[in-house]
Design a protein around this ligand. Structure first.
Ligand code: GLY
Length: 576
């Protein structure tokens, strides 16, 4: 504790933890009636440090690490391991993710720990010769990519961590061994009929999560002894335990039992990769985003650039704002779906896609009175498979991490004896050309399956700096392709609409991803009047309302920090 206060004092004296003041909130509007977050939640206020994640215990773990004198990377690593225990539906040591890090000295870094396709994978591994699906890219061991999370957390700690690795995993081990009481939002995922059925197909998942053949309910204590042992091995031997030791052997054994193809060589060969951050601007603010193999940074940048080229945006609540947003989104998603993939395998026109000139040309194609043409498509489920954590420490280091298992509970396959779920990230590839994936995304050749390749993601961990280069926002979201539009709308709400963080995050969102060409909206978030105007312009509202994103953020204000977990899922901020 004393070290933490010493750090805070040092930061205060040096001015390096001093708050920026680049975002002034002046919005006086109201949200549509009835909108469930019409009264935005109060953010958690802090002066020096803040952790926001999808689970209150995990945020408290990160906060404790900061109080012990750990830095933002330490806190993020500890929070991520805690999330594996308390949020098994999204985890994740059996999945992968991305880090966007802005060090207090001003240098930005991005780390790619996305899963890779196993060496035995092929572009048509889920299809027969007639193009019909013969294997699932969503459920079962064959849907799993080589996990990247442990390598990513190990690598970010190796390069930037301060506290001992073991100390960061100790809280997760204790939580797994002693058990955690499931609260309502966490229990709801187990209660979902599809999730129950998927988990119920795999004896190791039933043994790990069910009691007497039934999934846990709110108030049950989830004790995970196998996971505790796995985490202990990782605490003792680092990433090697996972990729070369007994955990690797357990994964390979599970592959043999459950029909997967990940080998010992796939695991031993996995590497997290530092990538050049994707840096763009929006109306004078500086955006640090994740480059491919995530489409997040590029597509957020392209949407924002189109909005900037449009000029000052219409006021929040107007049908015209929804129109401009939807048109910008669909143009950026057309490019995303056509061009983006793993940079180690495909060449992408990134400079053009994120350039202001290109955005201007796209902006000029927006007809102020008409929607672009529509094509029918399926509705998209909303899951709890991805998770966002945002951290700022007393020195001014800022971390945004998004991780994912892809679907709720990933592939639904738990590694027997090791107690963690494997991802079903292979579905993020173009596994069936021309056919929508789990998220309704219809993607191109650039994202075809190839051995060792990383599947295209939509995760968009993001850090925004004010025009003087000081961090003002650390943010990100789960939600598949809705990650991109959720993050973009929060940024635009703050900068264009001058909302508070609570207003910007609580505001109803819309989403368009080019195909299926339907407006996606949140229940109660589009008024009958707005909808009438948009339908008259040619927009189709074919799908059911969905939840769009879950944006966990830290805002740096003139007086300190605000942490806000998106009220859509019931995460929590913890700070001081
Ligand atoms: N699995 C969702 C994503 O990475 O976009």
């Amino acid at each position: 504790m004393s070290r933490a206060w010493a750090l805070a004092l040092a930061a205060l004296l040096a001015g390096c933890g001093a708050p920026a003041g680049g975002l002034r909130a002046t919005w006086r509007g109201t949200f549509p009636v009835p909108w469930r977050f019409a009264a935005p939640p109060a953010p958690v206020a802090g002066r020096y440090a803040m952790v926001v994640s999808d689970e209150p215990i995990a945020s408290a773990v990160g906060d404790t690490i900061l109080l012990k004198g750990g830095n933002a990377i330490d806190a993020a690593v500890a929070t991520a391991f805690a999330l594996e225990v308390v949020l098994p539906q999204a985890g994740n040591i059996g999945g992968g993710g991305f880090l966007v890090y802005r060090a207090a000295d001003g240098r930005p870094y991005t780390l790619d720990f996305r899963e890779t396709a196993p060496a035995a994978s092929t572009p048509t591994m889920y299809l027969d010769s007639a193009g019909h699906e013969i294997h699932s890219s969503i459920t079962g061991a064959l849907s799993a990519g080589v996990p990247g999370s442990v390598a990513g957390l190990w690598e970010m700690h190796r390069r930037f961590g301060r506290l001992p690795w073991r100390e960061l995993i100790a809280p997760a081990i204790a939580l797994a061994r002693r058990g955690v009481v499931l609260d309502a939002p966490r229990a709801a995922a187990f209660d979902d009929s599809i999730n129950r059925a998927r988990l119920g197909r795999f004896p190791s998942s039933v043994a790990t999560y069910f009691r007497n053949g039934r999934p846990p309910v709110e108030g049950d204590t989830l004790v995970q002894p196998d996971l505790a042992r796995t985490l202990e091995l990782i605490a003792d031997s680092g990433a090697d335990a996972f990729y070369r030791g007994s955990i690797a052997r357990a994964i390979v054994a599970e592959m043999r039992r459950s029909g997967g193809i990940i080998t010992a060589a796939d695991l031993a060969g996995y590497r997290a990769k530092w990538r050049a951050p994707l840096e763009t601007t929006y109306r004078g603010y500086h955006i640090i985003g994740m480059p491919p193999p995530s489409s997040g940074g590029v597509t957020v940048a392209e949407i924002l650039n189109i909005l900037e080229a449009w000029g000052p945006l219409p006021r929040f609540g107007s049908a015209m704002l929804l129109h401009v947003e939807l048109e910008a989104m669909r143009r950026a998603f057309e490019d995303r779906n056509a061009y983006l993939g793993d940079p180690d395998f495909v060449t992408m026109p990134l400079a053009r896609l994120t350039g202001k000139a290109y955005a201007e040309s796209l902006s000029r194609t927006i007809d102020p009175n008409r929607a672009s043409p529509s094509v029918a498509g399926p509705a998209m489920p909303e899951g709890h498979h991805t998770t966002q954590l945002s951290v700022v420490d007393p020195e001014g280091n800022a971390v945004s991490i998004t991780t994912t298992l892809n679907d709720d509970f990933g592939s639904a396959v738990t590694v027997a004896g090791a107690g963690f779920l494997l991802n079903d990230e292979m579905d993020d590839f173009t596994s069936r050309p021309g056919v929508p994936n789990l998220y309704g995304l219809v993607q191109g050749e650039a994202n075809a399956i190839a051995p060792g390749k990383r599947m295209l993601s939509a995760m968009a961990p993001t850090i925004v700096l004010d025009p003087r280069g000081r961090p003002v926002l650390v943010t990100g979201s789960p939600g598949g392709p809705r990650i991109i539009t959720a993050v973009e709308q929060v940024i635009s709400n703050l900068i264009d609409q001058r909302m508070t963080l609570a207003q910007a995050v609580s505001a109803p969102r819309i989403h368009d991803q080019a195909l299926p060409d339907s407006v996606f909206w949140e229940r109660g978030g589009v008024t009958p009047d707005q909808r009438r105007v948009l339908e008259a312009m040619g927009y189709a509202f074919r799908a059911h309302p969905i939840v769009i994103g879950d944006v966990n953020s830290v805002l740096v204000t003139p007086t300190g920090l605000e942490g806000l977990a998106d009220p859509r899922r019931g995460g929590a901020a913890a700070g001081w």
